[in-house]
Write a protein that binds this ligand. Structure first.
Ligand SMILES: N[C@@H](CCC(=O)N[C@@H](CS)C(=O)NCC(=O)O)C(=O)O
Length: 216
C-alpha cells in the first residue's frame, strides 16, 4: 500500500497510526503541503480534493478522505479500531468526528492560507484563530472521553485516540495550554507509549527535517 502523506498533517498521522496498528506493510509517498504539492496535477489526479492522505492499494485503487480510509481498514484488517457495540461505537465515532469535522476543517492549511492571503490576517492572528477552534473542540472532547481509562475508551487505542493524539501534536505546535484538558493529556501520554502511534509521529517520518529515513 502507498499512503500519500505529509509528516505534520493530522489526517495523515491518523492513517499512519492505523496502518502501523494493523501491521499492514506500506511505503509512504511524502507530499509537501507547504510547497503546494497537494495541488499538483499528479496529486489532483489522485485526489480532486487537493489534500492528504490518499491511500493507493496494491491493485492501484485510490482511496481518499481519512475517515473513509480508516473505515475501509476497519473492514479489511484487524485489530479493529472501533468497538462492536453500537452505542460504544457511536461514542468513539463522535470523538473522531469532534476532531475531524469540528476542529480540523476550520484549521486546515487552505483555510489559514485564505485568511492570510485574502483577508490580511497576520500569522499571530491565525495562531489565535487556530487556538480558538482547538479550545472549543478540546473542551467538548475532554467531557466526552471516558474519565477512568488510559486511552479514550479503554485500555487499548481506538479511532478516537488516533484522532485526538494527532490533533494534540498540532496543539503543542501552536502553544495551546493543555492544562484544562487533563484527560486528553493522559490519553496523549498513553498513546505515545504505543509503538504503532509513536512510529506515526511527524518527527519519525522520512520527510521530517534531519530524518535518517530515506523517502519512499
Ligand atoms: N477531510 C479530509 C481532509 C484532508 C485534508 O485537507 N488534509 C490536509 C492535511 S491535514 C491537507 O491536505 N491540506 C492541504 C491544504 O489545505 O491545502 C480528510 O480527512 O482526509
Amino acid at each position: 500500500m502507498k499512503p500519500y502523506s505529509y509528516r505534520r498533517s493530522t489526517t495523515s498521522c491518523r492513517l499512519r497510526a492505523a496502518l502501523n496498528f494493523k501491521e499492514l506493510p506500506y511505503e509512504t509517498v511524502p507530499v509537501d503541503l507547504i510547497a503546494g504539492a497537494q495541488c499538483s496535477p499528479k496529486s489532483t489526479a489522485l485526489n480532486h480534493g487537493c489534500g492528504v492522505p490518499v491511500l493507493m492499494l496494491e491493485d492501484g485503487t485510490v482511496l481518499t478522505q481519512s475517515l473513509a480510509i480508516l473505515d475501509y481498514l476497519q473492514v479489511v484488517a484487524t485489530p479493529r479500531l472501533l468497538p462492536e457495540g453500537p452505542v460504544q461505537r457511536a461514542r468513539v465515532m463522535a470523538c473522531a468526528h469532534g476532531v475531524s469535522l469540528d476542529i480540523h476543517p476550520v484549521n486546515n492549511f487552505r483555510v489559514t492560507q485564505h485568511l492570510r492571503n485574502t483577508h490580511g490576517v497576520t500569522p499571530g492572528e491565525t495562531k489565535v484563530w487556530m487556538q480558538h477552534w482547538m479550545t472549543d473542540g478540546f473542551t467538548a472532547l475532554e467531557a466526552m472521553v471516558s474519565q477512568n481509562t488510559s486511552f479514550a475508551f479503554g485500555e487499548t487505542p481506538d479511532l478516537a485516540d488516533l484522532c485526538i493524539v494527532a490533533q494534540i501534536y498540532n496543539a503543542h505546535r501552536l502553544d495551546l495550554d493543555m492544562k484544562p484538558y487533563p484527560h486528553l493529556s493522559w490519553i496523549e501520554a498513553a498513546c505515545l507509549t504505543d509503538p504503532a502511534i509513536n512510529a506515526a509521529r511527524p518527527e519519525n517520518q522520512s520527510d521530517a527535517p534531519h530524518s535518517t529515513k530515506a523517502p519512499a
